[in-house]
Unconditional design. Structure first.
Length: 196
């Protein structure tokens, strides 16, 4: 009798986790395609096949859903960016552009959202994470003097930011290959410029 109850409780807990995951994944798909303001809890509920109340029970609010989506994306996207070997500019830029091909439009939409105060902490964490990636990929090529190193990191951040990708890919209509080459040229120029 006791083992049946444990099994039922374990099954229920697994079901809760699965439902939460399904809601977050459905919300992720919506947020990748639409502006933050355009995604409603009702749309998230419909996309995940649950009730509006179920979404609230799991996440309390739209902001709670966004935080869960951000955690999913962080885990997936961070790993993809680190596929390159440190010091390999072309490989690092290729991995970054591959990430932006999937997430760049959403990144820009989120960063320019009218509800930026809700997303501000997420955006700040994303900036810190991006600078951490820059140091991991190009750290051996960066200047050692703190002020010069900080300027170089900031310049590399600008050269490799989602806005730069958007400018090249969307606004200037460069191909993916052209975009990778342009960003890599910017990175090389910054790294070489700080060693003169």
């Amino acid at each position: 009798m006791k083992s049946t109850r444990t099994y039922t409780m374990d099954s229920r807990a697994a079901g809760v986790v699965a439902t939460r995951e399904r809601i977050a994944r459905s919300a992720q798909a919506l947020f990748l395609e639409q502006a933050y303001e355009d995604v409603t809890l009702a749309a998230i509920a419909k996309a995940s096949g649950v009730s509006h109340q179920t979404v609230l029970n799991h996440f309390e609010s739209k902001e709670g859903v966004v935080l869960a989506v951000a955690e999913l994306l962080k885990a997936e996207r961070t790993a993809a960016r680190y596929d390159a070997r440190p010091g390999d500019v072309r490989g690092a830029v290729r991995a970054l552009v591959a990430d932006y091909e999937q997430m760049g439009d959403a990144n820009v939409r989120w960063a320019t959202s009218e509800r930026l105060e809700i997303l501000a902490d997420l955006m700040e964490e994303a900036r810190r994470s991006h600078q951490g990636w820059i140091v991991a990929m190009f750290g051996d090529q960066l200047p050692t003097a703190p002020a010069t190193r900080r300027r170089a990191v900031h310049a590399l951040h600008a050269a490799t930011d989602a806005y730069t990708w958007k400018l090249l890919r969307r606004d200037l209509r460069q191909s993916r290959t052209e975009t990778e080459k342009t960003i890599a040229d910017l990175v090389v120029g910054i790294l070489e410029g700080h060693h003169r």
